[in-house]
Design a protein around this ligand. Structure first.
Ligand SMILES: Nc1nc2c(ncn2[C@@H]2O[C@H](COP(=O)(O)OP(=O)(O)O)[C@@H](O)[C@H]2O)c(=O)[nH]1
Ligand SMILES: Nc1ncnc2c1ncn2[C@@H]1O[C@H](COP(=O)(O)OP(=O)(O)O)[C@@H](O)[C@H]1O
Length: 225
């Protein structure tokens, strides 16, 4: 048996750019483990852990949680995954977080979803989520089979407290100020790949083709767009 090669990727993009949607397609098509910092935080809030209780108001207001808190949470979930290919969604969001990740792992590719703010504003007001699983729906784009209910479990869907129009504006501003420098960070390392557009279905085939080229042979078994 040859040495198995591991592939480590990050997906970036403004809130609502389609990171979760594209990540679940990537996880289905390629053998990558999807890790979402937002899902981890919401799971902590749901479970009422100390961390969840402490971070809830910050998240509801659309503010980033402190770098040390999120870095500890995400890096601990990556512990033990040295031999696993993964896709990180929502982390890093600041240069300090990118440095924290860099001290543990080299990232092979960063997929940057570049979607206009106006498109994002429209999407987020019609986003519905199943909190326990992180499954995400949209009234126009991918509605649930039964209105208001998760397709898999039949449990109720909710709108996120941070998807109100005012909070979305704040998150978009913070993205430009705090997260765009992370794109420069990865561009300078030569691993940034940007995909621009207003529709996930048009962006996805390009992401799929890119990963099919990038991911070492043994990971491609399931690769079909
Ligand atoms: N109308 C429309 N909605 C989309 C498209 N792609 C994703 N969405 C929806 O937009 C919202 C934000 O997408 P999501 O993947 O959650 O973005 P994230 O915040 O970057 O993880 C969700 O409600 C998606 O279902 C698209 O091409 N068109
Ligand atoms: N890497 C991170 N650093 C700081 N805060 C984070 C991070 N990831 C998630 N959060 C917090 O969780 C919220 C939701 O994140 P996420 O689910 O990735 O949503 P979106 O991509 O739609 O903004 C963020 O607005 C922020 O409060």
């Amino acid at each position: 048996m040859g040495l198995q090669t591991v592939f480590r990727a990050v997906i970036m993009g403004a809130p609502g750019s389609g990171k979760g949607t594209v990540s679940s397609r990537i996880a289905q098509s390629f053998a990558l483990k999807h890790l979402s910092s937002g899902d981890m935080l919401r799971a902590n809030i749901e479970a009422k852990t100390d961390l969840g209780l402490l971070m809830k108001s910050c998240i509801d207001q659309g503010q980033l949680v402190p770098d040390d808190v999120i870095s500890r949470l995400v890096l601990s979930s990556l512990r033990g995954l040295e031999q696993t290919s993964w896709l990180l969604d929502g982390f890093p969001r600041t240069v300090a977080q990118a440095d924290a990740l860099d001290s543990v792992y080299d990232v092979d590719s960063v997929i940057n979803l570049d979607v206009p703010s106006q498109t994002i504003r429209e999407r987020l007001t019609s986003r519905w989520v199943h909190l326990p699983s992180g499954r995400v729906y949209n009234i126009d784009f991918n509605p649930p089979k039964k209105p208001g209910l998760d397709d898999v479990t039949g449990e109720p869907l909710v709108q996120r407290d941070d998807d109100s129009p005012e909070t979305v504006s704040r998150r978009l501003k913070d993205y430009a100020r705090q997260t765009q420098p992370v794109l420069e960070y990865y561009r300078s390392k030569g691993v940034l790949e940007t995909f621009s557009g207003t529709e996930t279905n048009k962006i996805w085939p390009h992401v799929h083709a890119f990963l099919t080229r990038k991911i070492p042979g043994n990971q491609q078994a399931l690769g079909k767009a």
